[in-house]
Design a protein around this ligand. Structure first.
Ligand code: BGC
Ligand code: BGC
Length: 864
């Protein structure tokens, strides 16, 4: 109990205790370490588990005599090729139905960026059904000497069936954790399964059972909680929601799909929260924290488990026999199959994406081989023939896969393609999502009881995120990173602004929308919507918990409104708790809204009261992740000492609180070196946020540019001076090249950046610029290691035609995919110059912004 005292001075412990549900109280009592201690782990035994220390479990309803006899009959007729084919899953961006005639694959998936039939990623459900039908028909085509087995189609339906336009998008898992409501999780599972099945898809790659321990991890929002007990209590519920109850001799009910618990194991325990990193934790912690949800998922009959990209004690999970086979299939009695993660087998030592007997030997049953499935198939068949992989292992894997397909009902001709009108995005599912939004909101501050808003008032809704649905849906939404979405991609969804507008106008008030906080009629109150941009996987990994470390643009907006005497309500969109003390100070009320999904109306339900200002719904959400007091508290967790949060696990204010809580002014020292935290913002609003600065280069000469942009020049070849940009005095820099030799402006100053993984994904270098006088010679844009200028520099892209085409005197935004610089030869693992612009000819050009952008819309590869 002691750590619970570490509260805000003004929040009484009694108040907090009152906020704890029985669920949490009992949870706390059960989170003791296992009784038996592991034998001393020697170095040679690192990464090897001791199954006897693990909790026992048993798959329910997967194995029964009828099913096993059916599978035995099938297997007796299958060739080695038929069997190996079952063990491979290809991505629909690289495989066609026709390929199945030569490669009898067991499964297909649609990756986050993979489009259905016709190639349009924003196509509606009918295209997904068409895709599923075509692959299913091809898998069932009769061919001599081959046993036709229905293919199984999987997708990341992780917050609703989120790849399909028009689907209901539920709040992400970190939000659902705040509801502390296992029954709600089951209902969301049911709705998600229906919308997935209705699109012709058989299998959802969820639930994520990660227990994120370092909130810098970009996948923190995919986990329900930092607390193993919440994950334990949700795991079985989500499985039962998605799959329903598997019964002896009987297939899943219509409208249910197979689930996949992921990522086994320790994905949330990697050092420094590095995605795909190493969980260097004891076996006791692996059991007590990271494995918490798995016994429940297995007991509930989960059909598949996905291996993690990450390592445990240095050993890659895709190759860890003691965990995949001895613990999961042995001790935990898991009778379904283990699927790999996206080319994850290729990371096992000695393996490549197209060859990995070690993973099969370790217990992997199905490779997720998005693009190298052809060679993988050929190599695996050869490895069985050569005796590298014993036939018994293949037979075990294939039996597990066919068992799941049977129990899933894939052999039942009536089972798939259940598209009935009115399933995807229907009113009932949207109402459920809206309820989940209401229950997941956590009220962190409500000084002066500014909330609930009186409906009969004039409300200004502020911020670019307020009416942009893609900002509230987060990653894994229509695209992998959740970026590049427009409101028109979300038919039937409601933005936060729209929800507030409806609620306020229904109560007789008025609402204005303003991206930048300007207004014509002074509002009674401002609701400012801001937060993290969408991200997925490693692209969300951050160096510290400081929000907007490089550029506190939203803070400026809050302060501007507050300075005008307007009460400010902040609605913060984020996947995780972040250090926002300055933003909290600049707000009268502060609501953690997470990534709430498509039903923005749920926010208004709680924020906007009735005409008299009485609440229509109270806040009930309570933190399932501890909120940090400094940006350095990345591993804050109530189960770990010292525990000194700003708002502890379980915190959340309510309108009904007996005694109103006042959050005092908070310290604004982040506790981390802002410079070390800023890897992506190089020049914005007339400043180079630390540690970056501009330098002018010519040959060996290098002249630093003062932070205020004082006129500077190098060797008579290039001069810089401040100019206005975006209506702000001195917010830009104008560069004038004279043609006296190759000269460059560059960003320097920070430690070498490793941008390899950012380049793998959708990240771009964004430059807001204005051509004042067209280039006479070739202009090079550079990002990479070293301090070279001109064409010989690795990573130099020819920007000439882009600049020549730009209208003179008008600001433009240029986004260049980081991968373009890699193609141009830059080693992106040690970038010291994230940006340079170089020419030997004359040119006059102004810069307003230089930064990395997570929004790939409009990105190009100049010169390609
Ligand atoms: C992710 C998984 C996901 C898979 C398929 C991987 O990169 O780690 O969570 O299910 O891709 O999209
Ligand atoms: C896919 C994702 C996958 C990721 C793995 C992306 O291209 O769309 O589904 O998880 O690659 O790196």
């Amino acid at each position: 109990m002691k750590h619970r005292m570490a509260l805000l001075a003004s929040v009484t412990p009694a108040l907090l205790l009152a906020a704890l549900t029985p669920l949490q109280v009992s949870a706390r009592q059960t989170s003791n370490p296992p009784q038996k201690a592991a034998s001393t782990v020697t170095d040679s035994a690192r990464g090897v588990a001791h199954p006897e220390l693990w909790p026992a479990a048993k798959s329910k309803g997967l194995v029964d005599a009828k099913t096993e006899a059916f599978v035995t009959g099938l297997m007796a007729k299958m060739s080695l090729e038929d069997k190996v084919g079952q063990m491979i899953q290809a991505d629909i961006s690289t495989v066609t139905p026709a390929d199945l005639a030569n490669y009898p694959l067991g499964s297909i998936l649609a990756g986050g960026d993979s489009a259905p039939a016709g190639g349009d990623d924003r196509a509606g459900p009918d295209k997904w059904v068409e895709t599923a039908r075509a692959f299913r028909a091809a898998s069932l085509a009769e061919r001599p000497g081959h046993v036709a087995i229905p293919i199984m189609f999987g997708i990341d339906a992780v917050h609703g069936n989120n790849n399909v336009v028009g689907a209901t998008l539920f709040p992400h898992n970190s939000a659902l954790g705040a509801t502390h409501d296992p029954a709600l999780i089951r209902r969301i599972g049911v709705a998600t399964a229906q919308e997935t099945a209705a699109a012709g898809i058989d299998w959802a790659f969820g639930p994520t059972l990660a227990v994120p321990q370092d909130h810098r991890w970009g996948r923190t929002y995919e986990g329900y909680s930092e607390d193993p007990d919440i994950v334990r209590q949700y795991a079985g519920e989500m499985v039962l929601g998605l799959q329903g109850q598997a019964g002896a001799g009987q297939a899943l009910q219509r409208g249910h799909v197979a689930a996949s618990a992921k990522h086994f194991l320790g994905d949330g325990g990697t050092t420094n929260g590095v995605d795909q990193g190493d969980a260097d934790v004891s076996e006791q912690d692996l059991i007590r924290i990271h494995a918490a949800g798995y016994p429940a998922a297995v007991d509930a009959g989960i059909m598949t488990v996905m291996a993690s990209f990450s390592s445990w004690q240095g050993a890659k999970m895709h190759g860890n026999k003691s965990l995949l086979t001895d613990v999961l299939k042995g001790r935990m009695g898991f009778d379904g199959f283990v699927v790999g993660d996206w080319n994850g087998h290729g990371q096992v030592p000695g393996c490549t994406a197209d060859s990995c007997p070690a993973a099969v030997l370790a217990g992997l049953d199905m490779f997720m081989a998005p693009n190298d499935w052809k060679a993988l198939f050929t190599n695996t068949v050869a490895q069985v023939k050569a005796g590298t992989i014993p036939m018994a292992r293949i037979d075990d894997a294939v039996r597990r896969i066919l068992r799941v397909k049977t129990k899933l009902g894939l052999f039942d001709p009536a089972r798939p393609f259940e598209l009935k009108d009115g399933v995807i995005g229907n009113a009932e599912h949207r109402a459920l999502a809206r309820e989940a939004v209401r229950k997941s909101l956590v009220l962190l501050k409500n000084n002066g009881q500014v909330l609930p808003l009186k409906a009969k008032s004039h409300v200004l809704v502020v911020g670019e995120a307020a009416d942009e649905i893609g900002r509230q849906t987060g990653g894994w939404t229509l695209s992998w990173q959740g970026t590049g979405n427009k409101n028109s991609d979300f038919p039937g969804a409601t933005s936060l602004y729209e929800g507030i507008r409806q609620a306020v106008t229904a109560g007789g008030g008025t609402v204005d929308l303003s991206a930048d906080g300007s207004y014509t009629t002074k509002p009674d109150v401002a609701v400012v919507v801001f937060g993290e941009m969408p991200y997925a996987e490693f692209q969300g990994d951050i160096p510290s918990l400081e929000f907007q470390a490089g550029d506190k643009q939203d803070l400026a907006l809050l302060r501007k409104l507050k300075a005008q005497g307007i009460p400010v309500v902040s609605v913060f969109l984020s996947g995780r708790p972040l250090w926002v003390n300055p933003e909290i100070n600049a707000s009268d009320a502060f609501v953690a809204a997470w990534f709430p999904g498509s039903e923005g109306g749920g926010v208004a339900d709680v924020l906007v009261g009735d005409m008299l200002g009485r609440p229509r719904y109270d806040f009930t959400g309570k933190l399932s992740y501890s909120w940090p007091k400094t940006a350095a508290q990345a591993t804050l967790n109530r189960l770990r000492q010292p525990y000194d949060p700003l708002f502890p696990f379980g915190y959340g204010l309510r309108y009904a609180d007996a005694k109103p809580v006042t959050v005092p002014q908070l310290p604004e020292v982040s506790g981390v070196d802002a410079a070390a935290a800023n890897i992506d913002t190089y020049f914005v609003k007339g400043r180079n946020p630390a540690p970056w600065s501009f330098v002018l280069r010519q040959g060996a000469a290098s002249v630093p540019v003062p932070g205020d942009g004082t006129a500077t020049e190098v060797a008579g070849a290039l001069a810089l001076k401040p100019v206005d940009a975006g209506g702000i005095q001195g917010a830009g820099r104008q560069l004038s090249w004279t043609g006296k030799g190759e000269a460059a402006i560059a960003v320097t100053g920070g430690n070498a950046l490793d941008l390899t993984r950012q380049a793998n994904g959708a990240l771009s270098l964004q430059v807001d610029y204005r051509v004042d006088e067209a280039p006479a010679g070739t202009v090079w844009l550079i990002s990479g290691p070293g301090s070279g200028t001109g064409p010989a520099t690795p990573g130099a892209l020819d920007l000439t035609s882009v600049l020549k085409a730009a209208p003179l005197g008008q600001w433009q935004t240029l986004k260049i995919k980081l991968s373009c610089f890699k193609q141009a030869g830059a080693d992106l693992s040690r970038v010291t110059t994230p940006f340079a612009l170089s020419t030997g000819g004359t040119l006059r050009l102004s810069l307003a912004t230089v930064r990395l952008s997570a929004n790939p819309a409009g990105s190009i590869c100049p010169g390609h």
